[in-house]
Design a protein around this ligand. Structure first.
Ligand SMILES: NC(=O)c1ccc[n+]([C@@H]2O[C@H](COP(=O)([O-])OP(=O)(O)OC[C@H]3O[C@@H](n4cnc5c(N)ncnc54)[C@H](O)[C@@H]3O)[C@@H](O)[C@H]2O)c1
Length: 261
């Protein structure tokens, strides 16, 4: 018996990293998973891996920044599975840079994917989630609660997710829908590898980011997947409107800004 048996869960950005970890863990716990992913190759391989392991999964090519693409993904989910119990808004991009050199197009891309994407997916799923009750889990970041130089757009997008989480929770609690966020610390995924490769001194940054976590390691997708599974399940049935910090203790301590831009 899995804790998500019979549940239909959409995970955005489930072709890679944290989203892939969440999707695969949910499938192992009995959920039918919709991989809502913009990267077709990764989306298809994620679907295949879950099916090969005996799980139920469907890849739907989706751009969360495009509301018509999101609406079509939700429609396809309903055609395939008949209902929706959970939505994990995980898709995101981490585009950073010094503010005076940060162009408008990149600002819009970060906000459109990371923030508007969460709203579009929630808006499209809520009518169905309200029918029998359901859960939304939004993947924010330590960037929602702490400021980082060169990350104005990313920090604003993640802070916005935490604010939106509270608003959606209040609005939808009376309809039986719980809405929570997870704020991860640094997690080893392709987004992180990409970030590291752009730094002038990646070895130093690699060491420092480990040391920034009192538990002395960066997180794994599984660390976040376990928290998401908990929030998706009935074990969290009286938890809504909150942000669960899963960061190896990173946010609990004061530390000096060490990123070199
Ligand atoms: N890795 C970290 O250290 C870390 C820390 C805190 C929060 N996060 C957040 O976790 C989430 C996942 O990050 P990750 O580290 O796994 O990154 P990742 O790059 O490995 O995965 C992100 C996934 O989102 C998909 N995606 C991007 N734009 C999309 C779009 N428009 N529509 C649909 N899918 C899209 C990508 O194709 C990719 O599969 C992001 O929201 C990120 O901001 C990551």
């Amino acid at each position: 018996m899995g804790t998500l048996d019979g549940r239909v869960v959409i995970v955005t950005g489930a072709g890679s990293g944290i989203g892939r970890g969440i999707a695969h863990h949910a499938a192992r716990e009995g959920a039918s998973v919709v991989v809502a992913e913009v990267n077709a190759e990764n989306g298809a391989s994620s679907e295949k891996e879950m099916r090969d392991a005996g799980g139920t999964a469907t890849f739907v090519n989706t751009d969360v920044a495009d509301d018509s693409s999101v609406d079509a993904m939700v429609e396809r989910t309903l055609e395939t599975y008949g209902h929706i119990d959970g939505l994990v808004n995980n898709a995101g991009v981490d585009l950073e840079g010094e503010t005076t050199a940060f162009n408008t197009e990149t600002w819009r891309r970060v906000i459109d994917i990371n923030l508007a994407g969460v709203f579009f997916c929630a808006r499209a799923c809520l009518p169905t989630l309200r029918q029998k009750g359901g859960v939304i889990v939004n993947i924010a970041s330590v960037h929602a609660t702490h400021g980082f130089a060169g990350a104005a757009a990313y920090d604003a997008s993640k802070g916005g997710i935490v604010s939106m989480t509270r608003s959606l929770a209040i609005e939808n609690g009376p309809h039986g829908v719980r809405v929570n966020a997870i704020c991860p610390g640094y997690v080893d995924t392709p987004i992180w590898e990409h970030h590291l490769a752009q730094q002038p001194n990646p070895e130093r940054l690699e060491r420092l980011t480990r040391e920034h976590h009192p538990l002395r390691r960066r997180g794994t997708p599984k660390d976040i997947a376990q928290a998401a599974r908990f929030l998706l399940s009935d074990e969290a049935s009286w938890i809504t409107g909150t942000s669960l910090v899963v960061d190896g203790g990173m946010g609990a301590q004061f530390y000096e800004q060490s990123f070199e831009l």
